[in-house]
Write a protein that binds this ligand. Structure first.
Ligand code: NI
Length: 167
């Protein structure tokens, strides 16, 4: 297993669309293990493969604070979603930013496990929110894109000023 580097905004690779996994092979197993290890080391609650520069539709979620094995979702699809709520989010790829976004708080998801077995699961609360946040990464979307316009402009201004100061 290896710790993967997490890409940070505004890395253009965070904007790419990922592809469905077709080969449930050793390379996929390594990716899953590395994502789990990297998630644990970063103390995050979710991590998607494209955040590490890998364009396969894989994400891992751990709301147990490292007490349980992360949940693994490969090629996830949301079958139904309901109960929208305003929830506070942050992202390992956008360090230092916290914002409120609207998400469904109940979802039914279909995905595959690391062996390729399909499953369906009902998620609610933070699990549902985290899944949607990580699925956004699979289509090149970040939670800051979902902030209200003024908040989004403030974020972009602060980010570009920070980059100018670092340059
Ligand atoms: Ni994220």
């Amino acid at each position: 297993m290896a710790l993967l580097a997490i890409l940070e905004y505004p890395d253009p690779r965070l904007r790419l669309t990922s592809q469905p996994v077709e080969a449930f092979d050793a390379s996929l197993g390594r990716l899953v293990d590395d994502l789990c290890e990297t998630l644990r080391a970063s103390k995050g609650i979710g991590l998607a493969a494209p955040q590490t520069g890998d364009r396969r539709q894989v994400l891992v979620i751990d709301l147990s604070g490292g007490k349980a094995e992360p949940e693994i979702y490969i090629n996830p699809e949301i079958l139904a979603s309901t109960a929208p709520g305003l929830v506070e989010e942050s992202c390992l790829s956008v360090p230092g930013v916290v914002g409120n976004v609207v998400r469904a708080t109940q979802v039914r998801v279909r995905a595959r496990d690391r062996s390729g077995e399909a499953f369906e699961r009902d998620l609610e609360g933070m699990s549902a929110v985290c899944l949607q946040h990580e699925m956004d990464h699979l289509v090149g979307k970040l939670f800051v894109d979902r902030l209200p316009l003024l908040r989004r402009l403030r974020f972009r201004f602060a980010a570009s000023r920070a980059r100018a100061q670092a340059a």
